[in-house]
Design a protein around this ligand. Sequence first.
Ligand SMILES: Cc1cc2nc3c(=O)[nH]c(=O)nc-3n(C[C@H](O)[C@H](O)[C@H](O)COP(=O)(O)OP(=O)(O)OC[C@H]3O[C@@H](n4cnc5c(N)ncnc54)[C@H](O)[C@@H]3O)c2cc1C
Length: 420
Amino acid sequence: MKQADVLILGAGCAGTSLAHYLENLGCGERVVLLDSRTKFDREQRWCSWAKMPKSLAPLVSKSWQKWTVGDENYSIARTSDKFVYQQIYAPKFFEHFHTRWQKPDTLIELNLDEKVERIEEKSNYVEVTTSRETWRANLVFDARHQGSANLKNLEKSNNAYLHQTFLGWKVMFPRAVFDAETAALMDFRTAQNDGVNFIYVLPYSDREALVESTSFSQNPTNWGNHLSAVTKYIAENFGDDYDIIAEESGELPMTTAKLPTKSSERIYSIGIAGGNARPSSGYAFHRIQRQTSEIARAIVERRTIQSSFASNKYNFLDAVFLESVARNPNSAREFFMRMFANVEPDSLIRFLLDESSYRDDLAVIGALPKMRFGAASLQRLRREFSARKGKNEELQTSHGTLCDSVGEPFHRLAARRVGR
Ligand SMILES: Cc1cc2nc3c(=O)[nH]c(=O)nc-3n(C[C@H](O)[C@H](O)[C@H](O)COP(=O)(O)OP(=O)(O)OC[C@H]3O[C@@H](n4cnc5c(N)ncnc54)[C@H](O)[C@@H]3O)c2cc1C
């Protein structure tokens, strides 16, 4: 049996970030990071407005000071002196940390090609069985969202749930067609097949950009719709004399279901498995950095680790938003357009980063259509009230456990072939 003080399951964004913060703080514990994968070159780009910690700043591959949101009628362009929209290219992030940790005598031990099969909490340690070893660990951080127990037990009841899916091509044109300084966050000039659909354009130069079709829908995706949306959008806006350099696709949950960090005294969930995807946007990078850096500090300073990083304020507002979108997809488009048009960029970004003041919140709420937002809020309050009442009654009659209800199983991230 092998020993670890801190055992991290999953060396994706959250697992690697936690190991990195522990290393940075000079953690004296034996930290072991495992992953079933051997390759970390899957196309993935993480964008965020969050200020990058010094240690991650050199990994930013591109940033944009200007962004737009638009539809057939008008386009809103915004900038900020305080915030920039920045991108980290995931394969570079993994290469940067993993190459070092695969060498001997580093603070972090990285083991790839090691699949976690079972986790069992014993009286004063956790036993983790993998395809290679049995580990005995003091603390376990589980970042596996594909098939994790946390996500397997998700229940849809009382939780808003939408599938966010996206498929994009990194394309190269032989001539200048893009404005390299402006990211198009949402362009609604695309077919509204099912739910809310928009195109996202991240230009890297005047010839090269990622053009991605995204949808928020109650139904699992139709990848064919994404392919035709991307093809059509590029042809109509830039031409068709381009090469496809790479393809990125993914599926993220948009749910207000609770995914708590703490599962037991010694087992914690991190990353998406620990509820770090912002329900109304699917953005998870900034929450993952916040959660894993705070956990690392708590471990090094021997403090209690927070049992949840969820915020009731954002959960409530996001639930109202998701329910409005589920009922009337067109309202999402209007909500986003109004927010970007009418809210000061800094206030809106603080709101999107979970860092808003009440003044910022009021500015965001004030920009939304009052009748519809008010009605959706009341409906959400009624649902929460009846869910709570139901739970209390259940407790009184059956002494059922007060476990958090959580959403539906994760869909496998679709890896798709590059080419036309
Ligand atoms: C294509 C794409 C683009 C995204 N873009 C953005 C963005 O721009 N901004 C943003 O904020 N968020 C973005 N996200 C969302 C989010 O930031 C990422 O999904 C992020 O990778 C989540 O980190 P994680 O550690 O929770 O999960 P992952 O990075 O998926 O890590 C989980 C790890 O667990 C491993 N694992 C699974 N099962 C086992 C097992 N049994 N044994 C051992 N290991 C196992 C997996 O191999 C994987 O490495 C994007 C997501 C995708 C898919």
